[in-house]
Design a protein around this ligand. Structure first.
Ligand SMILES: Cc1ncc(COP(=O)(O)O)c(C=O)c1O
Length: 433
């Protein structure tokens, strides 16, 4: 009865309103979610973020992402859609593709993948059949789930052979990779990593792939920003396909891309849509285009140079405090700290740092004796701190916070005191002014 009266009142109030007004009048206020968004923004502003795979997009990227383009269905590709009304959307996707190709010097780009895992799935579908053999880096030694881990689709659909890093140097062991390739004759070799701090030699991978008649796929999800800035060697012309997320060092919206040689263009497009996805997120594609535009600007090169300088400085400061860095240091935006000499696990470190206002992700070290849930390491990255304007001087401060938090990880008061100092530092480097 009560509901009926309410309904009658709504109809009465809106009887002289237009359809649009009616829709607006009846949208309920969602304070639950918007309060949480405010809280999350506050958390981001007031904490030091050392998660290597995160970054802060520009307001322009967010504006495109939150635009009315989210309303449009556009299954298909520019000029060949399964929906009408795509004439504007088509131009958005064309611009995104052109900028993406220019940025990565790629012959073909597909900008529709919703995420890195979907990009990898579509790339595999483009060139492999179920049961084919792939040679990829193991998750525990720095690879990604989608590079053939048994719990992932890649590990269940394909016959997977995994390579690790060298047991002593913790560098890619090309002799071992070549041996495995010769032995197992993979159809696809996957290179690229989630937790590898040294330069990836794409030419060397390509030589091995050529020797065994395999295709080469480079997953540059982590290093895409460095590649775009010319500060890490490009996968092209060595790789046949490259995949990447757009939200890590590239500093775009959450999403992904696939780049490839033109011979594979049709197969890649087909594998994305209709192979593995339906309608593209056109608002996100617009946001990717905005991020590519930003990455084509010379200021992006300076940003990436600073990301690398900061990573090297943070690693060096920690080394000076007695921390072991896997592979001896870093050439890129991240590194793994081996915590065994400090007698504390990755998980305990992650928790202690969180209490001190510092977020990071625990990480396996190569050949980790600890369980994956616990780990003996943490992974630190500098893309986020660099975006908010921090430089080498602040890396010394951050290393000091990290060291104190690890040394006093069981002391709640000490962690709280560090948190106050972290907040003071963060206040000097706001993310969104
Ligand atoms: C190397 C690599 N590839 C793929 C992915 C998957 O990306 P997403 O989380 O967007 O699926 C990641 C994510 O961490 C990654 O590090």
């Amino acid at each position: 009865m009560k509901r009926r009266i309410m309904l009658a009142m709504v109809i009465a109030v809106s009887s002289c309103a237009t359809g649009t007004q009616l829709a607006r009048n009846t949208v309920p206020q969602d304070s639950a979610i918007f309060d949480l968004i405010d809280r999350e923004q506050h958390r981001q502003e007031h904490t030091i973020n050392l998660i290597a795979s995160e970054n802060y997009t520009s307001k322009e990227v967010m504006r495109a992402s939150a635009s009315p383009l989210t309303n449009k269905y556009a299954e298909g590709y520019a000029g060949k859609r399964y929906y009408a009304g795509c004439e504007v959307i088509d131009d958005v996707e064309r611009i995104a593709i052109a900028r993406c190709k220019e940025l990565f010097n790629a012959e073909h780009a597909n900008v529709q993948p919703h995420a890195g895992s979907q990009a990898n799935m579509a790339a595999y579908f483009a060139v492999l059949k179920p049961g084919d053999t792939i040679l990829g880096m193991s998750l525990a030694e720095g690879g990604h789930l989608t590079h053939g881990h048994p719990v992932n689709f890649s590990g269940s659909i394909y016959n997977v052979v995994q390579y690790k890093v060298h047991p002593e140097t913790h560098l890619l062991d090309f002799d071992e990779i070549e041996k495995l390739a010769l032995e197992h004759k993979p159809k696809l070799i996957v290179c690229g990593a989630s937790a590898y701090s040294r330069t990836i030699d794409f030419a060397r991978f390509a030589a091995i792939a050529k020797k065994v008649g395999a295709l080469l796929m480079a997953d540059i999800a982590h290093i895409a920003g460095l590649v775009a800035a010319g500060l890490h060697p490009s996968p092209f012309p060595h790789a046949d396909i490259a995949t990447s997320t757009t939200h890590k060092t590239l500093r775009g919206p959450r999403g992904a891309i696939i780049l490839c040689k033109k011979e594979l263009a049709a197969a890649v497009d087909k594998a994305v849509m209709p192979g593995t996805q339906g309608g593209p997120f056109m608002n996100v594609i617009a946001a990717k285009a905005v991020a590519f535009h930003e990455a084509l600007d010379s200021s992006f090169i300076r940003y990436q140079e600073q990301v690398i300088m900061n990573a090297k400085a943070l690693a060096k400061n920690l080394q000076d405090k007695g921390y072991d860095i896997v592979a001896g240091g870093t050439d890129n935006h991240l590194f793994i700290v081996d915590l065994r000499s400090k007698k504390v696990s990755g998980r305990a470190t992650e928790l202690a740092l969180q209490k001190a206002g510092i977020t990071c992700s625990r990480s396996c070290i190569p050949f980790d004796p600890a369980k994956p849930w616990i780990t003996s390491g943490v992974r630190f990255g500098t893309p986020g701190l660099t975006t908010r304007g921090m430089g080498v001087a602040q890396m010394a401060q951050v290393a000091d916070f990290v060291d104190r938090a690890i040394m006093q990880h069981a002391d709640e008061d000490a962690l709280n005191a560090i948190k106050q100092e972290v907040e003071t530092l963060c206040a000097q480097f706001p993310i969104y002014k």
